[in-house]
Design a protein around this ligand. Structure first.
Ligand SMILES: [Zn+2]
Ligand SMILES: [Zn+2]
Length: 429
């Protein structure tokens, strides 16, 4: 039996077993459904709809696709083949936070790439090939799941909700639907009548606000007058306040930590002379901004350029890393809650806001929220052979497996086997 036939049977059994616990999204019969089947070379099948959840259940038990999606939009005719004929009624605001799209330090350990042009390989997240003679930008990538990455993603979604959506947009938390994506991130859906009416342009403005992109620091109050630099004020609500709060938080950290942040190319990227000067004056600066008097920002060597660079670093920390096109495009499909992710075998798990803090996707103790659905209660193991050149360590349910290399014959618990097979890096033997 081929690996995919085997996985499909497992998915089928899962849908059969869980059919009566399967979540139903709101406005169910107005949503377009899409799926990706197991057959290679078959792309996404879209423009489907189901009248009720019984129909969806039977379909899943029969077909058990590799991936299942439904639309953020509502249509009177969700199964019409052309967008113009669907009779669009509005779209939820969708946010995708996925570490595929931004840097996390641990990727230098667990994400592997091979250059398609010259065959060089390495770790992390390169923009161009590290072989200077090549400079290629097309890679075969092995991106892995990891606790640290998922913590970063969770932190982003928490920031989004508690620093932006609730205080600045006044979104009622009952209208938020949060889900672990089944791989390397989280999805959020805001289901509110007002938001459903927004067009793509208006959605882009929200995205710019949430990410802090294109912020104009002069408008927020930064300016130079008579050789003095006047800074932002914490009293101004919105971004100004968020930035000031973050600066005060950072300046209260141990000096070694501040130094590392300022030197970090992924954050501030200052050189060591600038950092030394900053640290020398940091306490005075902290006093000025906490007292809120006069608000002259005086650090030797800091003119507008360095202050802007500093503020940009702060914005990176405050803003939220979202996959922008997903929130702007009103015709996107997102993974259906409760369905299985065909590249991991994990469940797309819905979580309430008050469960988010404790939620630990790769080692969740609350069975109802556990995305690792193929964990065998009887400690079943399976024999596999690795077919990918190199694999990083896989740590799921607190146990680590690997690293592995091509040709390794291994015996691993059932859920690890399902994960490696879904990732297409191993075959059954
Ligand atoms: Zn190359
Ligand atoms: Zn990681």
């Amino acid at each position: 039996m081929s690996e995919f036939t085997y996985l499909r049977k497992l998915f089928q059994a899962y849908y059969q077993e869980k059919q009566f616990e399967f979540p139903k999204v709101s406005s169910f019969n107005l949503r377009e459904f899409g799926l990706i089947p197991w057959e290679k070379k078959v792309f996404m099948k879209r423009h489907m709809s189901f009248d009720n959840s019984d129909d969806l259940r039977s379909y899943l038990i029969m077909k058990a696709p590799r991936h299942l999606y439904s639309s953020g939009s509502l249509y009177l005719k969700p199964d019409a083949q052309y967008m113009n004929n669907k009779e669009y009624q509005g779209c939820d605001f969708i946010v995708d936070i996925d570490v595929d799209h931004f840097y996390t330090p641990c990727k230098d350990q667990h994400d592997l790439w091979i250059c398609k042009d010259c065959g060089d390989e390495g770790t992390g997240m390169p923009e161009t090939c590290s072989n200077k003679k090549c400079g290629g930008s097309k890679f075969t990538k092995i991106s892995w799941v990891c606790d640290q990455c998922l913590d970063v993603a969770k932190n982003e979604i928490t920031k989004l909700i508690s620093n932006f959506l609730i205080p600045d947009f006044g979104i009622d938390e009952k209208k938020l639907r949060i889900a672990f994506s089944g791989h390397r991130g989280y999805h959020l859906k805001i289901e509110s009548e007002d938001i459903r009416k927004l067009n793509s342009e208006e959605r882009r403005e929200i995205v710019d606000y949430i990410t802090g992109k294109n912020l104009n620091f002069e408008i927020l109050g930064l300016n130079e007058k008579f050789n003095n630099i006047y800074g932002l004020l914490a009293e101004n609500i919105g971004w100004s306040q968020k930035i000031m709060k973050k600066i005060i938080q950072i300046l209260n950290r141990p000096e070694s930590e501040i130094k590392n942040m300022l030197l970090d190319d992924n954050l501030f990227g200052f050189n060591s002379n600038v950092v030394t000067s900053f640290l020398k004056y940091k306490n005075d600066f902290l006093e000025v901004i906490t007292k809120g008097e006069r608000n002259v920002w005086a650090i030797e060597g800091f003119r507008l350029t360095n202050w802007k660079k500093f503020l940009k670093g702060i914005v990176k920390l405050v803003g939220v890393e979202i996959d922008e096109p997903v929130s702007i495009d009103i015709h996107r499909l997102i993974r259906y809650p409760g369905s299985l992710h065909g590249k991991t075998g994990f469940k797309v798990q819905e979580i309430e806001l008050n469960e988010l803090d404790d939620f630990n996707p790769l080692d969740e103790s609350n069975e109802k929220l556990d995305p690792i659905v193929f964990k065998s209660k009887k400690n079943l193991t399976q024999k596999l052979e690795i077919v990918e050149n190199k694999l990083p360590v896989t740590k799921i349910k607190g146990e680590s497996f690997g690293p592995y290399k091509k040709g390794d014959k291994i015996e691993v618990p059932h859920h690890i086997a399902v994960f490696l097979l879904c990732k297409e890096v191993a075959k059954t033997i």
